[in-house]
Design a protein around this ligand. Structure first.
Ligand code: OKP
Ligand code: ZN
Length: 343
């Protein structure tokens, strides 16, 4: 299996994350991608390619223009305002004050376009996010061109929490959504996105919630107990033309592989019935038993097993990297899924 990877991921290198009342070193750190690419190479998964430059059009096909412009210009605006350091919103358009206008003040804009306090804005973020979507699109095109049945986009920063006009949960552009829309715009009629990251893919769900040309399925920690807290319940099944094309599988704290697998099997059966032209897997390995911020109990071998099951769909597939914070073991867990797919 070919891997698409860019060294530019390193430009996303925030110093701080607000976590349980303290500023800590971010869980979503450059070392994650270094360990994964090392495992890809040392285990001989296959060739490693650099991404092509796709520009902004595929991003603007799913994200709001004002949001994209905000991300592009943020560092300059922050500096021009005389502010220093990494940026977190001090105020939000939360339930009691829904935004009717987008503020002019840079901190107001930050609050408008952010969905969580775990993700600071920092220098280099824009360029890293741009390279991450290029990694995703290049991997997707390897499969769409018919050259490969499967490919791996080693995206960093991740994408599945990024919504039409909001960043957060360590995500800026929704790489899976950008890739799915690109596939639809270049000849696919139907795409399935299977999200196996520990966290609900709230951004991907939101982007495609009204649509029947993208089937979204997510297995995740029950939002009653974990991030993103406000989306990902089982009752969210789509709206309008999208009714019946969104499936959430929330699981409780301590969930075993056996419990997780039962949900995966339901999701795979739904994908089979949908008969998509392409399957995009939002691949987070934070389901691992010793992940520091998650509560599932998957072991190294479970990752191989589910990769094999996804492959059994027999569909062109693209794996795009999302989360996974047991950093020293992220390489083995990620490549286990990919080797499982090939076995
Ligand atoms: C990104 B991905 C802290 C909660 C905030 C955010 C997690 C983002 C995960 N108590 N944590 O889905 O792996
Ligand atoms: Zn996650």
């Amino acid at each position: 299996m070919k891997t698409v990877f860019s060294e530019k991921h390193k430009l996303r290198d925030a110093k701080g994350e607000l976590y349980q009342g303290e500023f800590v070193a971010p869980f979503e750190c450059p070392r994650r991608a270094e360990i994964i690419i090392d495992a890809v190479r040392s285990r001989g998964l296959g060739e490693v390619l650099a991404p092509e430059d796709y520009g902004l059009d595929p991003v603007l096909a799913v994200h709001d223009e004002g949001f994209v412009e905000f991300l592009r210009t943020f560092e300059d605006e922050w500096e021009a305002a005389g502010f220093k350091g990494e940026a977190l919103a001090p105020c939000w358009p939360s339930r009691s004050m829904t935004a009717s206008q987008i503020p002019l003040h840079v901190e107001g804009r930050l609050g408008y376009y952010a969905l969580s306090t775990d993700t600071v804005m920092s220098p280099g973020t824009w360029e890293a996010a741009m390279s991450s979507k290029d990694v995703a699109l290049t991997a997707t095109d390897l499969v769409l061109d018919g050259k490969e049945n499967v490919a791996f986009g080693l995206c960093r920063p991740p994408g599945h929490h990024a919504a039409t006009d909001q960043f957060g949960g360590y995500c800026f552009f929704n790489n899976a959504a950008v890739s799915a829309q690109h596939a639809l715009n270049t000849g696919c009629a139907k795409v399935a996105i299977l999200d196996v990251d520990f966290h609900h893919g709230n951004g991907t769900q939101e982007i495609f919630y009204d649509r029947d040309d993208v089937l979204f399925l997510s297995l995740h920690g029950d939002p009653m107990h974990t991030f993103p807290h406000f989306l990902g319940h089982a009752g969210e099944t789509g709206r309008g033309a999208g009714a019946g094309f969104n499936h959430n599988y929330p699981l409780p704290p301590g969930a075993s592989y056996q419990m997780w697998l039962a949900k995966l099997q339901d999701a795979l059966a739904r994908i089979e019935a949908y008969d998509p032209d392409l399957v995009i897997v939002s691949l987070g390995v934070d389901t691992f038993e010793s992940d520091p911020i998650s509560f599932f109990k998957l072991t190294h071998d479970d990752f191989v097993d589910y990769g094999r099951r996804i492959a059994a769909l027999g569909k062109p597939s693209v794996y795009l990297m999302e989360g996974g914070y047991a950093v020293e073991e992220i390489g083995i867990n990620t490549t286990n899924v990919l080797f499982g797919h090939e076995s």
